[in-house]
Structures are given as C-alpha cells and as structure tokens.
Design a protein around this ligand. Sequence first.
Ligand SMILES: [Ca+2]
Ligand SMILES: [Ca+2]
Length: 222
Amino acid sequence: MKAIKVCVEVVTLLAFAASVASAGSVTFSSTDVPKTIVDNYAQGFTSTLNVPTSIQITDVNLVFNKLLHTSVTDLHIELTSPLGTTVVLVKAWNEGGILKNLGTPDNFIGVVFDDQATKNLRDGGSPDTPSSYYIFPGSYNINDASVVPNPLATFNGQDAMGTWTLHVSDRAIGDVGTLQDWSLRFAVPVPEPTSLSLLGIGVLGLLAHIWRSRVPMRFSDG
Ligand SMILES: [Ca+2]
Ligand SMILES: [Ca+2]
C-alpha cells in the first residue's frame, strides 16, 4: 500500500512540476462573436475582448481560432489596446498588404499572428488547387513593408488589463465571411525562484518519505 501511495505522490508531484514548466502564457477569448464580415465595406466591424487582470505585456500574440472567409486577402485588420494604441496588423491586397498577388486563400483557422514566428504569413498558403486553397493552421509573423516591423511588439510595456478591440474590414468586392472565434495570448513571467524552491523542498520531502517507507517494506517482504 505504501508503494502505491508513494507512486501516487510521485505522479502528483510530476504533474505539478509539468504545470509549472508549461506556465508562460495566458489566453483570453472574445465573447461577442460571431461577427459578419460585410463585403467591400471599409468601415468594417469591431469585436472586443476583456482582460480581467493586470499583465505587464512582454509579448502578445493574436489567435484566430476561427475566421471563415473565401479570400482572407481582402481583410484589413487592426488591434487597439485598452490604453488606446491602434496598430495596423494586416492590410488588404488592394492596399498593398502582405497577401497581395496570392489569389484567394480561404480562412484563418488556428492561425496565430506572432512576431517571433519564423514563418511569414505570406508563406502560409496551401498548394493552390481549383477545389481548395487555404492558409495552413500555424504561427506566422506578419512582417511586411505595408505595416510597421513586428507590429504586435508595439504593445509591449503596456498593461493588458481592460478592453481590447479588434477592427476587421473587407476591402474588396466578391468574397465574404465571418469572424467566429479569436483570442489574445500574453506571455507571463516564468515561475519565481521561491516557487522553484518550494518545488525543490517538495522533491526532498518526497525522497525522505520514500527512504522512510522502504525500510519496513523490505523487512515485511522478507
Ligand atoms: Ca509573440
Ligand atoms: Ca470581399
């Protein structure tokens, strides 16, 4: 029984260690979707997202969990922080944007705008076939001459708490869609040294427990 108990404790401790190791970002999702993307309508629409806690921004990624559109090259996308800073992230093809001259790729599904991504959004398209042409799920930087370098880094140093506004508009006639689900993912500090110390104390305690447990077990087994 003691062996089982120790096993349970080891698993519990490993699970805790894994959760500490995976800490590093927190994600908030919009709740006012879906929104219709009206065709060729520069005024577009806004969708908001609330961040309820204070986070000093060191990195923010924009996550399109599901944006359905028959040509994402039509889209002009801006993001405004709670402090009122507006950044143009993507311009439409006919504004000279990042996806110009790429045809009509569909959808952002599982597409993340991330300044640190090695792949550029322009290189995210699937093979262009008559039946299917879309943007692969994945993380992409959106660096392009049509916008400022590393546009999302503009928000670094601000407090994330408050209402964020995503402004999307369709700038070319023909293709349309809907924004179904989007999120913001913020980097958060790695665990404090005190947390790691507590983890270390936990490991030492567990080892001591195992050591104490093994002695009577050895004799009872004999
Ligand atoms: Ca990033
Ligand atoms: Ca359109």
